[in-house]
Design a protein around this ligand. Structure first.
Ligand code: AMP
Length: 484
């Protein structure tokens, strides 16, 4: 049986546009209501769930007019809120009807505005559409005033533009944080949401280029591609899930690329866990895994590598000579064989994203490059295949890195535009935990050049630090509302 035949019905790509949906519940088993809605969306024709934020506990917004009226009743229970990214071929009215149907199925009875509810589904945006109909307004008119929308939305799509505005979602969130800090402080992260998804069979394993090319040549429909070095975790799973939502088929490569490791780096002991990787990818509905040997990718007599200037020069490029040559060369070779419609990369490796986007544009490589936000552990440490090498004490200390970046992000949101001071704030938090940074700097994300000031256009705070035996990389968006 081929991987394509293993696909269950109803798992065809939804394709089309990206939509964002706010989910909320403050009546009954709130988590069960949200998870049932996600499962139903996943099963609906023309809709796929590409990403879901954490759930957030949030006090109910109470309308004083309702509380004081006879129907208002006693104070309401807290909400559980989340935001989902959907890939959909439905138009906004059809998507709206689907959401209203799901609310009804969850037993929601519409009484008064702001009354407690089992399930509330609010479309925030559908593509770039601006809609002003009596039953549906897009973008959602109150989205920009709600921390419980912008907080989770910025987690899954920080760089998406709010339709009808020039603002990135993360900038809209920073603006609201500056205006209503209390609303963000009231939001408490309450773990991830899990929902039932159709499980396809294990992915087909393609061991060499000939097998890959034959599989590709026979493939109908669109192909999403996720290149990895294996030892997969929830960060990689999020890329596969996004690729799955947007494409008819998904290919993941698992290849520990010798060319991107320096002589004193950990190529030999990099974790190799193919069997577990295949299980994780089966859960994400991945069709095939390309897991070649090094001499299938780099053949005898090969004399061509890809050298990138510009974004490859500073930071990681300066500290790991040859690293980005290795990355650019393997990505070029892979994209020319795979010919995907789109390839997903993680923001976790922000400079890699900048380098890959540059090569992709300069060489006219196939398909689109899509970037997905970093997936983090409960203490916000960015997931990484190398985290398994942290001992318990170092693992606890490693959380200083995201905490330091978060402190600088909050300082910027409160009105500090100067990169020097933002970097100093991050370094101060690291020093308090005895973590010494290799670098901390503020850059613009495309050219990866340092900037001196932050404004409404998101800039990246990038950092590298060694904790125990592990070199950690992380980054965070910075916005200083109204500056510049
Ligand atoms: P790697 O296997 O580490 O080379 O990573 C393969 C892809 O997964 C790259 O595009 C990474 O940026 C991405 N990735 C790694 N860690 C994460 C994470 N925590 N969240 C999101 N993407 C990630």
């Amino acid at each position: 049986m081929t991987a394509t035949a293993a696909r269950s019905p109803g798992v065809a790509a939804a394709g089309g546009r990206t939509a964002f949906l706010a989910l909320g519940s403050n009546l009954g088993d709130r988590r069960a209501h949200l998870e049932a809605a996600l499962a139903a969306l996943e099963r609906a024709d023309g809709v796929r769930v590409a990403a879901v934020s954490h759930a957030f506990e949030n006090p109910a917004v109470v309308n004083p007019a309702v509380v004081n009226s006879a129907v208002g009743g006693p104070p309401q229970g807290d909400y559980l809120n989340a935001v989902a990214e959907l890939a959909t071929s439905l138009d906004p009215p059809a998507l709206h009807r689907l959401c209203v149907g799901l609310e009804r199925r969850a037993g929601r009875v519409r009484t008064t505005p702001d009354a407690p509810r089992t399930l509330d589904l609010d479309l925030l945006a559908v593509g770039d559409e601006v809609v002003a109909e009596p039953e549906l307004t897009l973008p959602h008119p109150r989205a920009l005033a709600r921390a419980f929308v912008l907080g989770p939305w910025a987690e899954i799509a920080p760089q998406a533009r709010v339709p009808g505005t020039s603002l990135a979602v993360v900038a809209a969130a920073a603006r609201l944080r500056a205006a209503k800090p209390g609303a963000f402080e009231a939001l408490v992260r309450a773990g991830p949401l899990a929902w039932a998804r159709p499980r396809a069979g294990r992915p087909l394993v393609l061991r060499d280029r000939a097998a890959l090319l034959a599989w590709r040549a026979a493939l109908p429909g669109t192909l999403g591609f996720v290149p990895t070095m294996g030892a997969l975790h929830a960060g990689h799973a999020s890329l596969a899930r996004r690729a799955r939502a947007a494409s008819d088929h998904v290919l993941v490569s698992v290849f520990v690329n010798p060319l991107q490791f320096g002589p004193r780096e950990d190529f030999a002991r990099y974790p190799r866990t193919l069997e577990a990787d295949l299980d994780l990818l089966a859960d994400e509905g991945v069709d095939a895994v390309y897991a070649p040997s090094a001499d299938d990718v780099y053949r005898e007599g090969d004399a061509t590598t890809v050298e990138v200037a510009g974004p490859a020069e500073g930071y990681e490029g300066a500290r790991r000579p040859g690293h980005f040559r290795g990355v650019a060369t393997v990505v070029t070779k892979l994209l020319l064989c795979v010919r995907p419609d789109a390839t997903w990369f993680g923001r976790k490796d922000a400079q890699q994203v900048a380098v890959v986007a540059r090569v992709h544009a300069d060489l006219g490589l196939p398909g689109r490059v899509v970037v997905a936000p970093t997936v983090r552990a409960a203490d916000d440490l960015a997931l990484s295949s190398r985290n398994r090498y942290l001992g318990d004490e170092d693992r606890a200390r490693a959380a200083a890195l995201p905490r330091a970046l978060g402190a600088a992000r909050d300082l910027a949101a409160r009105g500090e535009p100067q990169a020097l001071l933002l970097v100093a704030r991050a370094r101060e938090v690291l020093a308090a935990d005895g973590v010494e940074a290799e670098y901390v700097d503020v850059v613009e994300p495309v050219g990866f050049r340092a900037v001196t000031h932050v404004g409404d256009e998101p800039a990246l705070l990038v950092a590298a630090a060694r904790v125990g035996a592990v070199r950690l990389l992380d980054n965070e968006w910075l916005v200083c509302p109204g500056a510049r």
